[in-house]
Design a protein around this ligand. Structure first.
Ligand code: PMP
Length: 284
């Protein structure tokens, strides 16, 4: 059952309504999170909530409830919705104001949590891998709107996704202004080459994915060497294996990028191993 928490109220999907004067809608002025529920428990709840509050802090948005209460409300909602396996969407917007941009006109942030189910890639994609193209739309420039802020401004990402769809691909790789690989439209990227697992460094300007952090941890525990660095498309084209990570997608292999077949053109042994270890962690 889909359940909505809206500013302290528990509502069903059709009853949950926000004002057309909410600055989240008028200006994309707000932040969000996407979390996953496995076996009735929200995976890495504290990490996600902490990232939500960091995103809010970065845009000078005061979340009207303390982190501990956000955690408690999330756990309560999962129970109320009876979710075993689910997907959660937290949003904090600047709140209701007037038609001007001035956030001082918005006295109270709007807090929304959607408790829902998950839609993922079809199973064969996890065997055969995803087809990607490089988007012409770059990721936000770090000092304009840091990609580390999980903000309600996802237009660059949406435009990149449209480019992927137009090209008949599953998703797009987004580059930064200097041409370094940042991430896919809603997933982080890893490359396996000559016994090293590489992933773009976050300070370059990309979202520090919770799944990315988990994969780094799992890989290091399993004895893989992990390096966070700058990567270019060359590194991806010439990889032995490559995969994407995210809360919804978990670990998804990459089959092809810009027409180049990556490695064996399907999920490789390292990707399979890390995917299996990830599943064991979340479902075990
Ligand atoms: N990058 C972007 C732009 C995202 O929106 C997301 C989350 N959908 C990710 C990466 C993956 O982050 P996480 O593992 O925390 O879901």
């Amino acid at each position: 059952m889909t359940l909505i928490y809206l500013d302290g109220q528990w509502l069903d999907k059709d009853a949950a309504r926000v004002s057309v004067f909410d600055h989240g809608l008028l200006y994309g002025d707000g932040v969000f999170e996407g979390m996953r529920v496995y076996g009735g428990h929200t995976f890495r709840l504290r990490e996600h909530v902490s990232r939500l509050y960091d995103s809010a802090q970065a845009i000078m948005l005061k979340v009207p409830l303390p982190q501990e209460e956000m955690i408690a409300v999330t756990e309560e909602g999962v129970r109320r919705a009876g979710l075993q396996d689910g997907y959660l969407r937290h949003m904090v917007t600047r709140g209701v104001g007037d038609l001007g941009l001035d956030p001082r006109k918005c006295p109270r942030a709007t807090v929304i949590i959607i408790f829902d189910v998950i839609a993922i890639w079809p199973p064969e994609r996890y065997e055969q891998g995803l087809t990607l193209v490089t988007a012409g739309t770059p990721i936000n420039q770090r000092e304009a709107l840091s990609p580390r802020v999980k903000s309600l401004n996802y237009l660059n990402h949406i435009l990149a996704k449209i480019e992927a769809t137009n090209a008949g691909a599953d998703d797009a790789i987004m580059l930064d202004a200097a041409g370094h690989i940042a991430e896919a439209t809603g997933m982080n990227l890893f490359v396996w080459k000559r016994d090293v697992l590489y992933t773009p460094a976050v300070y370059a300007g990309l979202l520090k994915g919770v799944t990315r952090d988990v994969i780094i941890e799992i890989a290091q525990e399993a004895g893989y060497r992990v390096v966070e660095t700058m990567l270019n498309r060359y590194d991806l084209y010439t990889a032995e294996e490559a995969f994407l990570t995210g809360t919804a997608a978990e670990v998804a292999p990459i089959r092809m990028v810009d027409g180049r077949v990556i490695g064996g053109g399907q999920s490789g042994p390292v990707t399979r191993d890390l995917r299996a270890r990830f599943h064991k962690l979340v479902r075990g």
